[in-house]
Write a protein that binds this ligand. Structure first.
Ligand code: HEM
Length: 390
């Protein structure tokens, strides 16, 4: 049931086209071996273990204490904001080996986090207005482009600081630090590159910075939005919540009851789409994953229903669906590198949260999509939290 649930939930979010564009630029700049290097690091089983440790620790030391505090205080909370912070911290830990601790009772707003949100907003704007318009704004340094420049500088400063201290660690071979941080992506990337180049980590700060930015962008808002949507579905479908609880009890054998455990593409040459539409070379096409997840031709008559069972076979196994049908993680050679990571994170969070807490939507709170690259909720996800007593 659990894997099926996430697939249903993830039908609801779009990926950042910005990430893809940046990757295009990055690969053009450095060539395909960069991608292979990243592939080999992310597919390493030690990295998977590191990831599980990071997420579990963040759940135990950050998420659960925060939800405990909120449930005791009997206050409303925006769960979307909670998950946004949770996934931002996790991404920074995984990519940089650094915890910005944005998930805390005080809900601090640090310059670089604000910058991260502003960059996202401005990039979407670039996709909406005509090219000449944002280019003119960039040249004159006005409007969204001015905001983007400032935000970009702030986030770059944050990343450059992290890269500089990582380089220092690598150079001075601070073994203890490196042992701890060995598997964050930046360290792994720099160390692997050093092996390839016989002791010299020659990557420019710019490439390392762009790589780090892309990975943080790819892994934080997608996950945060996915978790918020998932918990919204759970809060509005109590029968599904009960089934998950049963599954946790049966499979995870928790002894102590209360133990806290818009993709967009550009045609290379003129082509005809399966729909019969002709497109000329260089035509950009936006594929709406949100719409595809609700099409009767693809998912059948009950396409609108939240029905995790559609992913489970009669024998209880997972039904495999081609990536061109279930497109949340993309398809083909450029599909999501973090898919396995995303599932690990989501399962850890869902089991530990559903086991300990129950969420109720604040009455009358509207859940509608915001205009953003990732499918956030416009007004957040306002809930009340109670601690489970059984
Ligand atoms: C629910 C969470 C996530 C969703 C829905 C998602 C979705 C996607 C999609 C749709 C693509 C484009 C695939 C294509 O063009 O065919 C993509 C690419 C990518 N994703 Fe994710 N992603 C998620 C989480 C993550 C995480 C946690 C990471 C880890 C850092 C990550 C890393 C990447 C990378 C590096 C790429 C670029 C791959 C390439 O160009 O070769 N993603 N993702």
């Amino acid at each position: 049931m659990l894997p099926g649930l996430f697939r249903n939930a993830s039908r609801m979010y779009d990926c950042t086209s910005r990430v893809l564009q940046h990757y295009e630029a990055l690969y053009r700049l450095v060539g395909i071996p960069e991608k292979e290097m990243m592939h080999s690091i992310m597919k390493n089983s030690k990295f998977e273990l590191f990831l599980m440790k990071v997420v579990q620790q963040k759940v135990v030391t950050g998420l659960i204490p925060l939800l405990n505090h909120i449930s005791k205080s009997n206050i409303e909370v925006d769960l979307q904001e909670v998950f946004k912070r949770f996934t931002f911290d996790n991404s920074c830990l995984m990519v940089l080996g650094f915890d910005p601790i944005s998930l805390s009772v005080e809900f601090p707003k640090r310059t670089y986090e604000k910058a991260f949100d502003e960059i996202e907003e401005a990039i979407l704007y670039r996709h909406i207005v005509p090219k000449w318009c944002w280019k003119l704004q960039r040249w004159l340094q006005i409007g969204q482009e001015k905001k983007l420049r400032k935000a970009w500088d702030a986030f770059d400063r944050f990343l450059n600081q992290r890269i500089a201290s990582k380089r220092e660690q690598l150079l001075s071979r601070e073994k203890t630090h490196l042992e701890e941080a060995k598997f964050d992506l930046l360290t792994a990337y720099m160390m692997q590159e050093e092996i390839v180049n016989m002791g010299v980590c020659s990557k420019s700060n710019k490439i390392l910075r762009d790589t780090a930015f892309n990975l943080i962008a790819a892994g934080s808002d997608t996950m945060g939005a996915g978790l918020a949507r998932f918990f919204w579905l759970i809060a509005t479908h109590p029968s599904v919540e009960m089934k998950i609880l049963k599954e946790i009890k049966e499979n995870l054998m928790v002894k102590d009851d209360k133990k806290e455990v818009g993709v967009f593409r550009t045609a290379v040459k003129a082509d005809t789409l399966p729909s019969g539409h002709h497109i000329s070379a260089n035509t950009p096409i936006i594929i709406s994953l949100y719409a595809m997840g609700r099409m009767e031709e693809i998912w059948g008559e009950d396409c609108i229903q939240y029905k995790p069972e559609r992913w489970i076979s009669e024998q209880g196994g997972l039904i495999s669906v081609p990536s061109y049908k279930f497109t949340a993680f993309g398809g083909g050679p450029r599909s999501c590198l973090g898919k396995a990571m995303a599932f690990i994170q989501m399962k850890i969070v869902a089991t530990s949260i559903i086991w300990n807490f129950h969420f109720e939507m604040v009455e009358g709170h509207p859940v509608s999509p915001s205009v953003s690259v990732v499918l956030h909720m416009k007004h957040g996800l306002k809930v009340r939290i109670t601690k489970r007593s059984v």
